[in-house]
Design a binder for this molecule. Structure first.
Ligand SMILES: Nc1ncnc2c1ncn2[C@@H]1O[C@H](COP(=O)(O)OP(=O)(O)OP(=O)(O)O)[C@@H](O)[C@H]1O
Ligand SMILES: [Mg+2]
Length: 456
């Protein structure tokens, strides 16, 4: 670790009032950082090597990672840290600490969001002039800000999927009592999830956690989402990035519908006649299908015993994710997991019908999942996450078999997928920029043309 006089490394739990009060060092040389205070959840010694004594806007390009970034009021940059990438946001100390704690709590509640790394205060230039504190988060791998998804004209149904993902994220946040206060596409990151998208919260600055949210609070958040999304879509339309037939206002209203449908399915009380009690199982299956587990549900009968009332009590997202993880150790996103489990279930039917679920799952991993991942040429490994690649290969095999009216063997399907599809995709684990104009467009929060990506 670099010897950094005055640097203070705080681990959680930390009393914030006590730190940041170390005596300032007199005019330190370039690499000495004054009384820097780092509050971090894990020790990343490399953090001390970053040039905190320089304004983020002026960081040397050697430290920076050129990745697509959304629009923001604050200065946000991506930097290399010990072989990974972090996002750094310059802001006030109060905001940085609030956001850091919100993100930590959300992570504990298992809500998809960016992972907080540290809050750094006490930054000064070599001449002792104060610099803004920063919030550091881990760059979410394979994620794309919505604007980067619009580098080609976005089709209307893709847009709908994006909004559905945003609605699901909002429902999950509201279920744990998080009021976001600034719901927008630019405060959300998207990862591909078996043909759909999985949404992650990126900006928790305005958020608050409550034991429960009132209907008024939820509706207010939803209204903010609608207004922000309409504005964001209008910008894209003006920039010629979405099809003209997309109506920004009508599309933004989709989030209300999508959210309300989901919320009702997850939380609403349902009443039915005693002879319709199959509806208890049906409701639970529907919730599972939507990706939620019911941890508890209340069933009440009327005094005369003729009617049943059912209300799911605690719902937890990630039903398929957890089943896939339990059976195979593969950590995928919800739709990917659902897709892989379907394949695993039909594998069990066709190949190992008599076997135990666990054993069959193990065989599926070694004869389907692993061979596909292994046969992806090394240089194409950064294109998509492994679970997404396996999903795409299985889909490709299905289409090819339909088209050619024969059972396409797995190895042939993989080869054909690599040659005709994967090779032509841009890298999503680290999109490298090839032109200066693209870098400038990015730094200004602009939209990248396809030509900005190395491999296109
Ligand atoms: N951990 C991360 N991983 C990937 N991208 C990130 C991460 N943190 C920030 N970003 C990118 O930087 C952008 C700006 O971050 P953020 O929204 O936190 O800034 P902000 O200035 O608070 O925004 P606002 O203008 O909404 O207040 C995000 O839209 C996202 O694209
Ligand atoms: Mg933001």
């Amino acid at each position: 670790m670099t010897d950094a006089p005055g640097a203070q490394w705080n681990h959680e739990p930390t009393d914030f009032d006590q730190i940041g009060k170390l005596p300032r060092q007199a005019a330190p040389p370039a690499r000495v950082m004054g009384s820097l205070n780092i509050t971090a959840a894990t020790a990343d010694p490399g953090l001390l090597d970053l040039p905190w004594h320089i304004k983020l806007e002026e960081w040397p390009s050697a430290n920076l990672a050129a990745l697509p970034r959304g629009i923001s009021r604050h200065v946000v940059r991506f930097a290399h840290l010990d072989g990974s990438v972090i996002a750094i946001k310059e802001t006030s100390e109060h905001v940085a600490r609030h956001e850091y704690h919100m993100l930590r709590k959300l992570a504990r509640l298992d809500v998809p969001g960016v992972e907080p790394v540290a809050v750094i205060t006490g930054r000064t230039t070599p001449t002792g002039a104060p610099l803004d504190p920063v919030l550091v988060t881990r760059h979410l791998k394979f994620s794309l800000p919505y604007r980067a998804l619009f580098s080609q004209k976005l089709r209307r149904d893709t847009l709908t999927r994006l909004i559905d993902a945003q609605a699901l994220l909002l429902v999950r946040l509201h279920l744990v009592g998080f009021y976001w206060g600034d719901v927008s596409l630019s405060n959300t990151l998207f990862r591909r999830d078996a043909g759909a998208f999985a949404a992650y919260l990126v900006d928790a600055e305005t958020g608050e956690l409550y034991p429960d949210l009132s209907t008024g609070q939820r509706e207010y958040d939803l209204e903010i989402a609608r207004v922000n999304i309409a504005g964001e879509l209008m910008d894209l339309l003006e920039g010629g990035l979405i099809e003209e037939k997309v109506d920004p206002v009508a599309t933004s209203e989709l989030i209300m519908e999508s959210y309300r449908r989901l919320w009702a399915e997850l939380t609403e009380k349902e009443s039915f006649e005693l002879e319709d009690r199959w509806r208890v199982g049906a409701r639970i299956r529907r919730l599972n299908e939507l990706g939620f587990d019911v941890e508890e549900y209340a069933i009440k009968t009327t005094p005369d015993g003729s009617t049943i009332q059912l209300q799911p009590k605690v719902v937890d997202a990630g039903h398929h994710q957890r089943r896939l993880l339990r059976l195979t150790g593969i950590d995928a996103q919800e739709n990917q997991a659902r897709r892989l489990l379907n394949d695993m279930d039909s594998f069990r039917n066709d190949v190992t019908p008599a076997k135990d679920e666990e054993i069959s799952a193990h065989e599926w991993v070694s004869s389907i999942f692993e061979p596909i991942v292994r046969s992806i040429p090394h240089e194409l490994g950064g294109k998509l996450e492994p679970a997404e690649v396996v999903h795409e290969v299985l889909e490709h095999r299905w289409y090819k078999s339909q088209q050619e009216e024969r059972n396409v063997p797995l190895a042939e399907a993989v080869q054909s997928y690599v040659d005709t599809i994967l090779r032509y995709r841009r890298d999503e684990d680290a999109i490298m920029l090839s032109t200066d104009t693209a870098t400038i467009a990015l730094l200004e929060g602009g939209v990248l043309p396809d030509s900005a990506y190395d491999d296109e």
